[in-house]
Design a protein around this ligand. Structure first.
Ligand code: HEM
Length: 539
């Protein structure tokens, strides 16, 4: 037998083994797929190995998910490789699973890039349900429980006064000014240091770089590593996303460590202003479960979870106001009646500002920033639930995704869901689960956003101040003289990624009267003075 024939025979045999192994694996996968699960979109058969992965768009998957929920039903299964994702498009189903059965549905799925590689799952967001996650959550209480949040209100208020002055001076830069305001209040609360300029502040830039990376990768269907976890074992030089995740992890940890060390030094020097990191350090012994790396990460989680979300919600508010002058008119009428022009709104006005509160809730519903319901939940036990006379099986390890773009646009729950109508939140609304809030923007059950109270206080203060101070309307094109209508469509006017925000757009912002202008100028002067203690930087 010639060498050629021997090699050909061997190759054929090897090919045969591979084909048999593939067929066995496909058959096993098929046999293992549990029956009676919620249907796939259009009852489409998932492909071996890939599942429905090829049907999930890499960008703005929430749009496809909503279409599927509308066409094929409020609870569906989409297979990402061999892992099922249960897509929920109805608030009652979300509550039935993630709140009423929260002992089974409060974990997180495995994220290969964001979890295993970037954070080693040692952050609250990706931690599986259990003791460690409880310890992370307990440490956050010093920042997020109502009593704690109330101690941070002065910072939010002072930064809000500066924001009003900034917009008065440079209205065309409103989009970035809102972002700077949010970043500065959160960083001041977390570490006792302001962010004066997002383009030059080193600490801010390092924090933001990490979050930008995280939000860009943490999107269903975007990473092949999630479909084929074994890819994580490919060495970094052949695996650019792994290399990037490990670099970001190391740089991020060094940055979080140096920010906490700065607070420690200031405490020793007696010059540390009130901050979450300061409180944590002063109570270090109460968190023995957390090692230093995890402990340093706690104040950072405020930045990770609070800046993008709050600023995007405020930017959506401006968009809605520009498009809805009648809503502004009603809000202005309420603010003139309750507050007047000689002072800006404060906490005690909240109960009387019912229309403004309804606007804030409607913004959270109409353009929810955590559009996919935040990080999905994962089930830790097999379960069966009944919906409209049918029983559905959900296996242990399934990913549970409450797509807010389906849930908040569900006409069964909200009449004319596409319309921006704050009136729907005047008076009591029947809404499953979270009850009085009337929307699901902060998630569900045990994983519900721990920063919800923090965010609501911050949104109330800022939205009220912006509405009190300014009139927002369409910009006029400098050449054509035509009004420019901003694009509010989620398909074309909003960013992709894990959180979504409107693309920057021009608008006209005018102070409402001279007395308000004088109040803004006077209050900003006091705020700058009081904020000086947060301007002690070591870098
Ligand atoms: C408009 C503002 C905000 C929105 C819409 C929002 C929304 C959400 C959502 C939808 C989740 C996922 C909930 C779930 O898994 O069921 C979440 C989780 C989380 N949020 Fe927020 N959030 C906001 C602001 C904040 C702020 C200001 C903080 C910190 C002070 C914060 C801290 C967190 C943390 C730490 C988690 C992870 C909780 C866990 O996995 O146990 N959020 N948020």
């Amino acid at each position: 037998m010639s060498l050629y024939t021997t090699v050909a025979k061997f190759a054929l045999q090897a090919l045969g083994v591979v084909v048999v192994a593939l067929l066995t694996s496909i058959i096993t996968q098929e046999l293992r797929r549990p029956k009676n699960m919620p249907p796939t979109p259009g009852n489409k058969r998932p492909l071996p190995f890939f599942g429905n992965k090829l049907d999930i768009p890499k960008e703005k998957s929430w749009i496809a998910f909503r279409k599927w929920n509308e066409e094929y039903g409020p609870v569906l299964t989409v297979w990402n490789g061999t892992t099922p994702t249960i897509l929920i498009g109805d608030p009652e189903i979300a509550v039935e699973l993630m709140e009423k059965r929260s002992t089974k549905y409060s974990s997180r799925p495995r994220f290969v890039v964001a979890g295993d590689l970037l954070t080693e799952n040692r952050t609250i967001l990706f931690a599986p349900y259990g003791e460690r996650w409880r310890a992370y959550r307990k440490a956050l209480h010093l920042a997020t429980m109502p009593k704690s949040v109330d101690t941070y209100r002065p910072v939010m208020e002072m930064e809000g006064k500066v924001l009003a002055h900034d917009i008065l001076s440079k209205p065309e830069d409103w989009y970035n000014l809102i972002y700077r305001y949010t970043a500065s209040s959160v960083v001041a609360i977390a570490y006792g240091r302001r962010v004066l300029d997002i383009h030059t502040d080193g600490a801010y830039q390092k924090l933001a770089r990490n979050i930008d990376f995280l939000t860009s990768i943490n999107v269903p269907g975007a990473q092949w590593h999630e479909t084929f976890p074994a890819l994580r074992f490919l060495p970094s030089f052949m695996n650019p996303i792994k290399k990037a995740a490990i670099n970001f992890r190391e740089q991020g940890r060094a940055n979080l460590r140096s920010l906490v060390q700065e607070v420690q030094t200031k405490i020793q020097q007696g010059i540390a202003p009130h901050s979450y990191a300061k409180l944590l350090l002063e109570n270090r012994e109460k968190y023995p479960e957390l090692d230093d790396m995890e402990f340093n990460g706690a104040p950072g989680s405020l930045f990770g979870a609070g800046v993008d979300t709050t600023s995007a919600t405020l930017q959506s508010l401006v968009l809605a106001l520009v498009l809805h002058p009648e809503v502004q008119r009603q809000a202005h009428e309420e603010l003139d009646r309750v507050v007047g022009s000689g002072r800006s709104p404060h906490w005690d006005d909240e109960e009387k500002l019912v229309y403004v509160q309804a606007i804030i809730k409607e913004i959270l519903r109409w353009r929810p920033v955590a559009i996919l319901g935040g990080t999905p939940h994962a089930s830790t036990e097999d379960d069966i639930f009944e919906w409209e006379g049918r029983q559905y099986f959900i296996p242990k390890g399934a990913i549970i995704l409450g797509n807010l773009w389906s849930i908040h646009m569900n006409p069964k729950t909200y009449e004319d869901p596409e319309e921006f109508k704050p009136e729907r939140f005047l008076g009591d609304r029947q809404y499953p689960g979270t009850g009085t809030k009337g929307h699901s923007s902060f998630g569900w059950g045990r994983r519900i956003c721990p920063g919800a109270y923090f965010a609501e206080r911050s949104l109330y203060l800022t939205a009220t101040r912006l509405l009190w101070a300014f009139n927002f309307s369409k910009a006029v094109h400098p050449i054509t003289g035509n009004e420019i209508t901003p694009d509010a469509s989620m398909e074309t006017g909003y960013t992709s990624g894990f959180n979504t925000r409107p693309h920057p757009f021009p608008c006209k912002i005018e102070v409402r009267n001279n007395e308000i202008r004088e109040t803004i100028e006077r209050e900003a002067k006091d705020a700058w003075q009081d904020l000086k203690i947060f301007e002690n930087f070591y870098d």
